[in-house]
Design a protein around this ligand. Structure first.
Ligand code: YSA
Length: 352
């Protein structure tokens, strides 16, 4: 059967599915050779027709099988080629990704929070826009009191802003940008009952002239511990632990009396930095003033809550985060932190 051999050879050598399709049409299609031959059978004498018919059927089957096999082979080959092309070489160097990093103040804040978490403190945060009551009055700094001069304040004009109090109630009175993290002492005490240990990291704002060590926007970390029998010794212990964690066993702490309206006695504290051989003035601290507890209980009463601060004592402290970060990273000027210079920030790439 020469026809068969020719057809089979053509199928075997078809190079792609397109060519195969054309061959299929040529032999088996409506106008294909086999179909034509089948039609021609009718004009043959019976004997010849039967023999020719059988031969044609066999031929058709053989062609169909060959076409199917070749089609499968071509498909497999195409798949193999695709896989070959897409093969992943895991030994190739990776594509460099842009590596971000955390801001140095965030890094410093994280380090401080870790130290205090290990001492059993819980970290909480409060609003940057604050009510006059929480920032000043409840902290025993009434209007016209000269102590308010310690905190030059950004007051907010009537913005229509509604500020929520510690239990979701609307805050009355004037609004301002908080000048310290201490208002969160009041908010937390109103909403919770002692004993507790908290630290409050956050941004604060002062209407101040800036220089290499003073910014109008900076960060503080507040601490507050309230319970039965809490004393100045506990405060000293907490600051001592902070010093040890920051600067190792050779570090020391120093407390000097100072006036803050919301503590009695009040102190400013410094930590000895062994490497630089100098005292670092970190912030203020003291025993929570009874008037602060009274203001908290009075506010609780206004909200329908029972008093919770009779028969307890507490200590509090507030320190500046920027100064610690300047030392830790060797930054000479506080204004670099939020000056927005990429060259400065890029130095902290990849530090998480
Ligand atoms: C005191 C007693 C407590 O029981 C609790 C907290 C405090 C601290 C008090 N709320 C306060 O704000 N004190 S402070 O005005 O002396 O500021 C504390 C620290 O913030 C300073 O020691 C300093 O490290 C930092 N600081 C103050 N003004 C700054 C500043 N850092 C950068 N720029 C400024 N303008």
């Amino acid at each position: 059967m020469r026809e068969l051999e020719e057809a089979l050879a053509a199928i075997q050598s078809a190079q792609d599915l397109e060519a195969l399709k054309a061959l299929k049409a040529r032999y088996l299609g409506k106008k294909g050779l086999i179909t034509q031959e089948m039609k021609a059978l009718a004009s043959l004498p019976l004997e010849e027709r039967r023999a020719r018919g059988q031969a044609l059927n066999a031929l058709k089957e053989a062609l169909e099988k060959a076409l199917e096999e070749r089609e499968k082979a071509l498909e497999e080959e195409a798949l193999r080629r695709d896989l070959e092309k897409e093969r992943l070489d895991v030994s190739l160097p990776g594509v460099g990704l842009f590596v971000g990093g955390l801001h140095p103040i965030t890094l410093m804040e994280k380090a401080l929070l870790e130290i205090f978490r290990a001492l059993g403190y819980q970290a909480v945060t409060g609003p940057e826009v604050e009510g006059e009551f929480f920032n000043f009055d409840a902290l025993n700094i009434p209007e016209h009191h000269p102590a308010r001069d310690m905190w030059d304040t950004f007051w907010l004009e009537d913005t229509g802003l509604r500020l929520k109090g510690p239990l979701g109630e609307e805050v009355e009175g004037r609004l301002l940008l908080r000048t310290h993290t201490s208002p969160m002492q009041v908010r937390y005490m109103v909403a919770h009952t002692p004993p507790f240990r908290i630290v409050v990291p956050g941004r604060v704002f002062r209407f101040e002239q800036t220089d290499a060590t003073h910014e109008a926007v900076f960060h503080q970390l507040e601490g507050l511990v309230v319970g039965e029998g809490i004393s100045m010794a506990h405060l000293k212990g907490a600051i001592y632990e902070l010093a040890q964690a920051l600067y190792g066993p050779e570090s020391r702490v120093r407390f000097q009396p100072v006036y803050f309206p919301f503590v009695e006695p009040g102190a400013q504290f410094a930590i000895w930095w062994p490497e630089g051989k100098k005292w670092l003035e970190l912030g203020g601290a003291g025993m929570v003033h009874p008037r602060v507890f009274q203001a908290v209980d009075a506010y609780r009463q206004k909200l329908g809550l029972p008093p919770a601060y009779q028969g307890v004592t507490g200590f509090a402290f507030g320190l500046g985060v920027e100064r610690l970060a300047m030392l830790r990273y060797g930054i000479p000027d506080i204004r670099y932190f939020f000056g927005g210079r990429l060259k400065f920030l890029e130095q902290f790439r990849g530090i998480l």
